[in-house]
Design a binder for this molecule. Structure first.
Ligand SMILES: *[C@@H]1O[C@H](CO)[C@@H](O)[C@H](O)[C@H]1NC(C)=O
Ligand SMILES: *[C@@H]1O[C@H](CO)[C@@H](O)[C@H](O)[C@H]1NC(C)=O
Ligand SMILES: *[C@@H]1O[C@H](CO)[C@@H](O)[C@H](O)[C@H]1NC(C)=O
Length: 415
């Protein structure tokens, strides 16, 4: 388990909604309009409250119909009371109510209770999809490196900078690179509505968003991972190699492609490869204050098999498909990277370390804390924990043709 930043909202924007428009009309003094609007608002709020308590059944979804593709733009200017108050349904999967009978259940933190209630749920509809990302299953063998980035909906700026830098969909040394962000939905309904609009716009502009209808929470990361492997199996089974990481990592795509091309004669994606920052001899954290707390009620095992830090993992298409097969028979565990270790173990495969992949604490060889040496990053495949502007600066720096490594090559990021 690597240290991850929790998806702090980076985007703030407001769209015309009920409240704004109501203020407008009051200013103009149209009393009747105001009354109508207030009633509409009241009604919608009532619906919303009822919905929160599960009173209104999910058959309200049809109200959302117009929000497919181009229609969504129009929705942004639709006056108050519009249908986008209603949340998309979580069809199908019922909570497991017998979990209350597990010893000590009542004392567990809420997110763990929640995990246990929905642990068995593995089928969630896609809200945004890109089934043709790899040109269809048959043509997907043309995709050499598939960059699949776990991104919470609000991390807009991170996605933007990745698109401009290491995640560019282009050809390196004659091979194709493709990019995809994988996401769930925010659990807060207000945030969910905003992000729905944002992701729909991004999806239309860039065609790189895969979003499922489940809460994008830390303990649902394994679910995201498992659903992604399922998606690859169906839509992109021929991709040679997959890089799967967080949206705050910096990838030296040139080096990664170069490294993979170097394997080509012995492994063209059809054999096992699973490399990253190797973590071994660890087990579930039993301290309840920890973000990574996994109580015995979730797993009684005291150790995890070796695995790679989930901040960034490079694997072959073969291994991605093997993980998919194994995962079908393994109960979900909250720690996504450890879960992958369990899948590998079941298949008799081993994760490996690659010295160019740093997911935990990079020791920056620099006298100044706020400076980075591009020469250092030029040698790596991937580093964890970059903020968007650092990614941009570093991406440019490593491409600098006149970069003379040895001395005086620091890029000052701190001002
Ligand atoms: C919990 O256990 C009790 C006693 O075995 C049983 O009567 C009850 O139905 C169980 N509750 C659930 C929700 O499974
Ligand atoms: C529901 O939870 C109980 C108690 O943990 C477990 O034995 C059972 O297998 C679970 N049911 C499903 C469908 O996962
Ligand atoms: C995972 O997502 C499902 C569907 O949105 C939700 O019911 C569940 O509470 C989430 N689990 C956690 C641990 O957040």
């Amino acid at each position: 388990m690597t240290m991850r930043t929790s998806g702090a909202p980076l985007v703030q924007f407001t769209l015309p909604g009920v409240v704004g428009s109501r203020r407008e009309s009051m200013r103009r003094g149209y009393l009747s309009v105001e009354v109508v609007l207030l009633s509409a608002t009241g009604f919608v709020c009532l619906l919303f409250v009822l919905d929160q308590h599960g009173v209104v059944k999910r058959d309200l979804t049809p109200l959302e119909q117009p929000v497919s593709t181009k229609e969504s733009v129009k929705l942004l200017v639709i006056p108050p009371g519009a249908a986008y108050w209603v949340r998309t349904s979580h069809l199908g999967c019922q909570e497991n109510s017998s979990v209350v009978n597990i010893t000590g259940f009542k004392q567990l933190p809420d997110h763990i209770k929640d995990f246990l209630r929905y642990r068995h749920c593995r089928h969630f509809p896609t809200l945004l999809d890109v089934p043709n990302k790899c040109g269809g299953p048959a043509a997907s063998t043309e995709v050499f490196l598939f960059l699949v980035i776990k991104s919470s909906p609000s991390n807009y700026e991170r996605r933007e900078v990745i698109r401009k830098t290491w995640g560019k969909e282009t050809t390196y040394e004659g091979v194709q690179v493709r990019r995809l962000f994988i996401s769930g939905v925010p659990s807060d309904p207000r945030e969910a509505r905003r992000m729905k609009k944002l992701l729909r716009i991004e999806s239309r502009d860039h065609g790189d968003i895969l979003q499922w209808d489940f809460y994008d929470s830390f303990f649902n990361l394994t679910l995201k991972q498992v659903l992604f492997h399922q998606w690859v199996e169906k839509n992109c089974p021929g991709a040679r190699f997959i890089f799967n990481g967080d949206d705050d990592v910096f990838v030296n795509t040139y080096n990664m492609v170069h490294y993979l091309l170097g394997l080509k004669t012995s492994n063209n994606g059809d054999k096992h490869l699973f490399v990253g920052q190797l973590i071994a001899n660890v087990g579930p954290i039993r301290e309840s204050w920890s973000k990574y707390y996994v109580p015995v009620q979730v797993t009684t095992s005291n150790s995890y098999p070796p695995y790679c830090g989930g901040g960034g993992i490079l694997m072959s298409g073969f291994t991605a498909r093997t993980i998919h097969k194994m995962s079908l028979g393994i109960e979900l565990l909250p720690i996504d990277d450890a879960y992958l270790g369990i899948c590998l173990e079941k298949a008799g495969l081993k994760p490996a370390s690659h010295m160019g992949m740093r997911t935990v604490g990079v020791n920056i060889p620099s006298s100044r804390l706020d400076s980075f040496d591009p020469c250092y990053y030029r040698e790596l495949l991937m580093v964890h924990r970059f903020v968007p502007y650092e990614m941009l600066v570093m991406w440019r720096a490593i491409q600098e043709p006149n970069l003379i490594c040895g001395k005086k090559t620091q890029v000052y990021l701190g001002m």
